[in-house]
Each structure stands twice: as structure tokens, then as C-alpha cells.
Design a protein around this ligand. Structure first.
Ligand code: AMP
Length: 399
């Protein structure tokens, strides 16, 4: 069996998995691991292999130290890079800008191009580059592949990708809608026609990726025609801690009236807003517990979330003209029947009839949750971004 090492390198953590690209979305990876608190005195690495979790606590100076430790841990478990048939390393990379519309074999030039895109993703691309450089040093004999979060949306129609911002300013600063969670939207929208036994070219889809970050997309015949995230992953739906779409005038108001700096407003919108900013919690399990206790703020947070979600569903129904499927995925979308029910309540006139029992039945498999006579088929399809990255990386490595 051949495997791909999938690396998701963040600013203070590295998530990694060893994945068989021929596996299915619900298969567990051979290995999954997490290096945490890089640069802090109390670093931690945990690796799960064959159902067993192995932990080790020690200071982890930097990404190099973290990845070295991860490789040593894999070696000690007998699944190190030279002990298994590892065919590629896939790197989750957040921003491909207008340079990359698909996965790419990493060369020095590609690293330089990803570096050039740092202004578009100042928090994410530098951490991704750290992971890429260290992994290329540690595993030089393997093909390394960058898979971009923005990739799937590179060919959005111009009218959907263009903001009504002064053209010269927009062009000079690469301002356009890029979209994110592309690996998930592509993976899930690729599964749907297979589940229904239909040809991808004939299915008009709405995909709702509702996790801690959340985004939705409208997909016609396999290609996205619109998506809710924009230049940055702050736009669109209400999220765990992010605002989603708001009046941009709020920025000027906070700057002028509240005397807040741009750095403070950035933190407010990205980390102290969304469900957490409205209710104090960002996990939907905690949110529902608070609603059950009669907490009004939690109830309002849920209602704001659902209202925004329905705005997008409605606008994508119009954009697509005819909708065949609506698919829920990611942490909230896969697990929270209350969110799914509220998002699509009362839409029978639009041909959407959710079956309450199918919706509520606990199940980890891809499934349909509408009645048999619902015109629009609503599905829950678990996403698996690591598997998608592994598949793309294996494809590129084989070229
Ligand atoms: P993700 O970013 O896709 O990993 O999603 C994480 C989020 O999914 C958490 O913050 C929760 O809000 C939500 N979530 C996870 N499990 C459940 C569950 N069983 N019920 C409701 N929400 C859940």
C-alpha cells in the first residue's frame, strides 16, 4: 500500500496524517498526529496509530524541531517515512492568490511564489512555508505538493469574483474574491453525484461547509459559480469567532468613534466575534446547552447564524436557477441536526422537505436527510480534507 504524508502547518502547531490515497472518506488514516505549542516551554506531540494514542511532552523550539520529533515518533512506531511506501508529501497551503488555481509540485520557485502571496494571507502563508521548507529539508527524496485552500475557486465567473471596489486600487492590491475551504468544497461536491449515481455535469449543488470556520458555495456541473468567503476567510457566513459579512462602514465607525486601531479591529472581527462574540461560547454543543438553559444571548446568536445562512442559501438558489442538492459538511454541518433543520425549515414551497427522523438519526456515513419525494435532495457528507490533499498530491507526484 502507498501512502502520502499530509502536513497542515499552522503558526504554533503542525497537524499531520499518513493517508492511503485510495481509501474512502470514512476510513481512518494510518497515522494522525498533532504537534502543539511550538515555541512555548510546554510543547506537546501526540500521535494516534492502530487505535493507540502516544503522547510526549517536551519543549518544541520551532517547526523544524516539531517535524523532526514527529518523524522520530513515526520511526519508533515502525511507520516512518523509510519504513512504509511513502510516495509524496502534501502540504495544505492557504492562499494561492491568482498564481495557483490547482495543486502544484513544490520547487524553490514555487516556494518563492507562495512567499510573494504573504500579503494576502499574513497569518497563514508564513506558517505554511515554514512547514514546507522544513519538510523538504527532512524528506528531500520525496515529491512535495502544495494544495491550496483557494484552488477550487480560481476560475469563479468574473462577476462573482470581482468586488465593486475602484478598479485601479483593486488591481494594484490583488483584491478579488478568492474563496477558501476549496479542498473541502471540491471533495464534498465530488462525492455527491457518486452517492446519487448521477453524472457530475448534471447536478446543481449548494455545499454548506459549517465548521468553526464556515463557508458555502454554489456549484454548477462540477464548477463553482460563487462562494461566500472572499479576499480573506473573514467574509460570508457567521462563524465560531468571525463576523462573516458585515457593513464595512463598521470599521470606520470603530476607528473614528471607539478609537480602535486596525490591529484591534482585526482581532475583534476574527477572534472575538461570531457565535462566541454574541454568546460567550463558540462550540455549538455549548451553544445549544445555553439555549436550553434559557440564555437569550445564545438564542439570538443561533438565530443570527441561521438568518445569515438562509440569506446565502436563498441567493445561491437564484444563482443556480435550479438546485438539485444541498449538502451539509464539517463539524457543525455533519453533527448538528438542529442547525440543519433550522437552515431549511419552511422551504417546502421550494421543493425542500427535510425528513425529521432522517435528519436526527445519528450516523457518520454520507446520507440523504430529505423525504423520498423532496425535489431537492439534502445530504450530509463528511468532509475529509486530508484525504483530498493526499489524493491530489498522489496525482501530481505520479505525473
Ligand atoms: P470543524 O472546524 O469542522 O472541526 O468543526 C468544529 C465545530 O463543530 C465545533 O466548534 C462545534 O461547534 C461543532 N461540532 C463538533 N461536534 C459537534 C456535535 N456533536 N454537535 C454539534 N456541533 C458539533
Amino acid at each position: 500500500m502507498s501512502y502520502v504524508l499530509v502536513i497542515n502547518s499552522g503558526s504554533s502547531s503542525i497537524k499531520f496524517q499518513v493517508v492511503d490515497p485510495a481509501s474512502t472518506a470514512s476510513d481512518t488514516p494510518l497515522v494522525s498526529g498533532l504537534v502543539e505549542k511550538i515555541g512555548e516551554p510546554r510543547g506537546k506531540i501526540s500521535v494516534t496509530y492502530a487505535g493507540q494514542k502516544h503522547d510526549s511532552n517536551q519543549p518544541i523550539r520551532d517547526h523544524r524541531g516539531g517535524l523532526q520529533l514527529a518523524v522520530a515518533m513515526l520511526d519508533s512506531l515502525g511507520v516512518g517515512p523509510t519504513q512504509i511506501d511513502l510516495i509524496a508529501v502534501g502540504h495544505r497551503t492557504v492562499h494561492g492568490g491568482q498564481t495557483f488555481s490547482g495543486p502544484v509540485l513544490i520547487t524553490d520557485e514555487v516556494v518563492a511564489q507562495i512567499r510573494d502571496l504573504i500579503p494576502l494571507a499574513p497569518l497563514h502563508n508564513p506558517a505554511n512555508i515554514d512547514g514546507i521548507e522544513v519538510a523538504r529539508d527532512l524528506l528531500p527524496g520525496l515529491p512535495h505538493v502544495a494544495v491550496f485552500d483557494t484552488g477550487f475557486f480560481g476560475d469563479l465567473p468574473a462577476a462573482a469574483a470581482t468586488y465593486a471596489v475602484n478598479r485601479e486600487v483593486a488591481e494594484a492590491n490583488q483584491i478579488r474574491r478568492y474563496g477558501f475551504h476549496g479542498t473541502s468544497h471540491e471533495f464534498v461536491s465530488g462525492q455527491v453525484p457518486k452517492i446519487l449515481g448521477r453524472d457530475a455535469s448534471e447536478v446543481n449543488q449548494i455545499v454548506l461547509h459549517l465548521g468553526n470556520g464556515a463557508s458555502c458555495s454554489a456549484i454548477k456541473g462540477g464548477a463553482p459559480i460563487d462562494t461566500s468567503m472572499g479576499l480573506t476567510p473573514l467574509a460570508g457566513l457567521v462563524m465560531g469567532t468571525r463576523t462573516g459579512d458585515i457593513d464595512p462602514g463598521i470599521i470606520f465607525h470603530l476607528y473614528r468613534q471607539a478609537g480602535m486601531s486596525i490591529v484591534e479591529i482585526d482581532a475583534l472581527f476574527n477572534r472575538q466575534s461570531g457565535i462566541k462574540g454574541l454568546s460567550g461560547v463558540n462550540d455549538f454543543r455549548d451553544l445549544h446547552a445555553k439555549i436550553e438553559e434559557g440564555d437569550e444571548n445564545a438564542k439570538l446568536a443561533f438565530d443570527v447564524y441561521i438568518t445569515q445562512l438562509r440569506r446565502y442559501i436563498g441567493s445561491y438558489m437564484i444563482a443556480l436557477g435550479k438546485v438539485d442538492t444541498i449538502t451539509f459538511t464539517a463539524g457543525v454541518g455533519e453533527n448538528d441536526a438542529k442547525t440543519r433543520a433550522a437552515a431549511l425549515a419552511g422551504l417546502e414551497n421550494y421543493g425542500i422537505v427535510v425528513d425529521p427522523e432522517r435528519n436526527a438519526a445519528p450516523n457518520d456515513d454520507p446520507r440523504v436527510i430529505t423525504t423520498d419525494d423532496s425535489t431537492v435532495t439534502v445530504l450530509v457528507v463528511p468532509t475529509n480534507e486530508e484525504l483530498a490533499i493526499a489524493q491530489k498530491s498522489a496525482e501530481i507526484a505520479a505525473q
